[in-house]
Ligand binder design. Structure first.
Ligand code: ADP
Ligand code: MG
Length: 193
């Protein structure tokens, strides 16, 4: 069993897509174990995105690759500098209005939620995913406006990242332990009705 942190970002809240996001995640078979509305402060967003010290470089490289794939020139060729700029933009974006933070638990929860979310850039994210279905957002659109990519949802990138993120957003007592009868159908070896 694995846990993952999900955040319905400010654009999801403003566009009334919170219900749609929860619907897609809860029907996956994962179990919702925590949920709350939070008005995040910039400090929390900074801590959240700097859990992995390699994040700056990774986020920068991902943007550079996306530009190159489209035959375009990236706005900056230094991935770390690009990543640092992204963090500043994320602080503005993620504190623009309250967000909904959630924790889902289940088999391969991290990978399953990432699959349902789709890739970072909505324009190139697969159809049928949350990011792919609900916004035409692209790297170019975000850069043109000097703002973060508005991609509706955050989902942890790995199990270790998830555990560190969950501690930032939730107190221990907010993480529920309970049994779902439904889980017998999903996980039990033997069942008969
Ligand atoms: P993901 O959310 O898919 O795990 P990252 O961890 O790489 O993506 O980036 C975190 C968030 O930062 C993204 O979801 C997006 O909102 C924003 N972001 C990423 N890259 C850029 C970029 N080049 N320009 C603006 N915003 C970005
Ligand atoms: Mg990430």
């Amino acid at each position: 069993m694995e846990r993952t942190l999900v955040i319905a970002k400010p654009d999801a809240v403003q566009r009334n897509l919170v219900g749609e996001i929860i619907k897609r995640l809860e029907r996956s078979g994962l179990k919702l174990v925590a949920m709350k509305m939070v008005r995040a402060e910039a400090k929390l967003i900074e801590k959240h995105y700097t859990i992995d010290p390699k994040w700056f470089e990774n986020v920068g490289n991902k943007a550079i690759e996306s530009y190159k794939k489209k035959g375009l020139t990236p706005p900056n060729s230094d991935p770390v500098a690009l990543g640092k700029e992204v963090l500043e933009r994320l602080k503005k974006y993620m504190t623009a209005c309250p967000v909904i933070a959630m924790v889902f638990e289940g088999n391969s929860a991290v990978a399953l939620v990432r699959k349902i979310c789709g890739g970072t850039e909505p324009l190139s994210a697969a159809a049928g995913t949350i990011r792919g279905d609900f916004t035409p957002e692209s790297y170019q659109l975000a850069d043109g406006g000097e703002r973060a990519i508005r991609n509706l949802i955050h989902a942890s990138g790995s199990s270790e990242e998830a555990e560190k993120e969950i501690v930032l957003w939730f107190e221990k007592k907010e993480l529920m332990e309970y049994k779902l009868i439904r889980d017998s159908i999903i996980y039990d070896v033997d069942w008969k009705f």
